[in-house]
Design a protein around this ligand. Structure first.
Ligand code: SAM
Ligand code: SF4
Length: 314
C-alpha cells in the first residue's frame, strides 16, 4: 500500500491490551487505566483477522505492543496465528521485559522474530521510580534470557527525560558497546499524563548524537537514525519526533486494543475496524492508509490524540 504522499506502508503496530503491570510515569497515571470490559478489547480471533487483512494488503512487518503484551492471555496463540499467515512476516514484540525471563523460549517457538525491550535506566532506584514499583533485575534477566533463547537484533528503547535519566546516557550507550543490541533513545512525547510536564524534561536526542562524536550514520531504520561507533558490538539509534521531523519516512499504521485503526500516532483520526470482515475490513484499512496525514504537529502544539500511550502502543 502506498499513501497519498508516496510513502510505502508495510508496518503494522498491533496493540493487544491497554493493561500493564507497570505504571510508567510518562505513560500512565499512578492509578493505571480503567479496566475496559473484556468485550471492549479485540479478541485473539479479531486480532488475527486484522493481521490477516493487513498481510493481504502487503503489510510484512507486524509488531505486537500494548499496554504490556505479555500480560495478554492468548498472546502465544496470537503469535502462532500471525506466523502461520506467512513466513515472510517480520514478527516482533515490544515489552517492558518484566515477564520475559520465563517466556522467551515460548515466544521463539511461537514465531516471534525479534524483541524490543524498554529500559530507561540502569539504576535500580530510578527504575523503580519511573515504573512505579518495577524491579530492574527482572528486565535485565529478561534481556539475558532473550539472548540465551536465540533472539538476535534485540532493541532496547530508552525514553530520554531531563533530570531523570540524562545522567546515564553514556552507560546506556555502552550497553551497545558491550552487547549485540541496538540501544535507541526516544524523545519524550507530550501525550496525556506528560502534557503538563516542565520543558526541562523534554530533551533532544542531539545530546546522544553529540556524545557519539558524530560517527558514520549506519542506516535509517524506519523512523530511527542508527549509528555504530568504532569498537561497538551493537548499534545506537535515535528517534526524534520533536527535534527532527521524520514523518516523510513513516511507514506504519497502528491498531489500538479496542480496534481503532490510527493512521498517525498523534492524530485524533481513527477508523473503527470492529465488526468488519472480508472486503469491508480490507477497504477500511486501505482508506486509513490513503488518509494518513502528511505529518504530526507536535512542534506547533501538543499531540492531537486524546489517547494515552498505553492505549495506542507507542
Ligand atoms: N509495555 C511495553 C513497553 O513498555 O515496551 C509496550 C507498550 S509501551 C506504550 C511502548 C513504548 O512507548 C515504550 O518503549 C515506552 O517507553 C514508550 N512510551 C510510552 N510513553 C511515552 C512517551 N510519553 N513518550 C515517548 N515514549 C513513550
Ligand atoms: Fe506499561 Fe509500557 Fe506504559 Fe510502562 S510504557 S506503563 S511498561 S505500557
Amino acid at each position: 500500500m502506498t499513501d497519498r504522499y508516496g510513502r510505502k506502508i508495510e508496518y503494522l503496530r498491533l496493540s493487544v491490551t491497554d493493561l500493564c503491570n507497570y505504571r510508567c510515569i510518562y505513560c500512565m497515571g499512578k492509578d493505571g487505566v480503567c479496566k475496559k470490559s473484556h468485550s471492549d478489547i479485540l479478541s485473539i480471533e479479531e486480532l488475527t483477522e486484522i493481521a490477516r487483512a493487513a498481510y493481504a494488503l502487503g503489510i510484512r512487518k507486524i509488531r505486537l505492543t500494548g499496554g504490556e503484551p505479555l500480560v495478554r492471555k492468548g498472546i502465544l496463540t496470537l503469535c502462532e496465528n500471525i506466523r502461520a499467515l506467512g513466513g515472510d512476516i517480520d514478527l516482533s514484540l515490544t515489552t517492558n521485559g518484566s515477564l520475559l525471563r520465563n517466556m522467551t523460549s515460548d515466544l521463539k517457538a511461537s514465531g516471534v522474530d525479534r524483541l524490543n525491550i524498554s529500559l530507561d535506566t540502569l539504576n535500580e532506584e530510578t527504575f523503580n521510580r519511573i515504573t512505579r514499583g518495577g524491579k530492574l533485575s527482572d528486565v535485565l534477566d529478561g534481556l539475558k534470557a532473550a539472548e540465551e533463547a536465540g533472539f538476535t537484533h534485540t532493541k532496547i528503547n530508552t525514553v530520554l527525560m531531563g533530570g531523570v535519566n540524562d545522567n546515564e546516557i553514556i552507560d546506556l550507550i555502552n550497553l551497545a558497546r558491550d552487547n549485540p543490541v541496538s540501544v535507541r533513545f526516544i524523545e519524550l512525547m507530550p501525550m496525556d499524563v506528560v502534557s503538563g510536564w516542565d520543558n526541562s524534561r523534554f530533551i533532544s536526542t542531539d545530546i546522544v548524537e553529540n556524545l557519539l562524536r558524530k560517527p558514520d550514520l549506519v542506516s535509517f531504520d524506519g523512523v530511527a537514525r542508527v549509528y555504530r561507533p568504532g569498537g561497538f558490538i551493537g548499534t545506537v539509534g535515535v528517534i526524534s519526533p520533536l527535534s527532527h521531523s521524520f514523518c516523510n519516512r513513516c511507514n506504519r499504521i497502528r491498531v489500538t486494543a479496542d480496534g481503532k485503526l490510527k493512521p498517525c500516532l498523534h492524530s485524533k483520526d481513527e477508523i473503527d475496524l470492529r465488526g468488519l470482515s472480508g472486503d469491508e475490513l480490507l477497504t477500511a484499512i486501505r482508506e486509513g492508509v490513503l488518509n494518513k496525514p502528511e505529518c504530526h504537529h507536535l512542534g506547533e502544539h501538543h499531540t492531537d490524540t486524546p489517547r494515552s500511550m498505553n492505549e495506542i502502543g507507542g
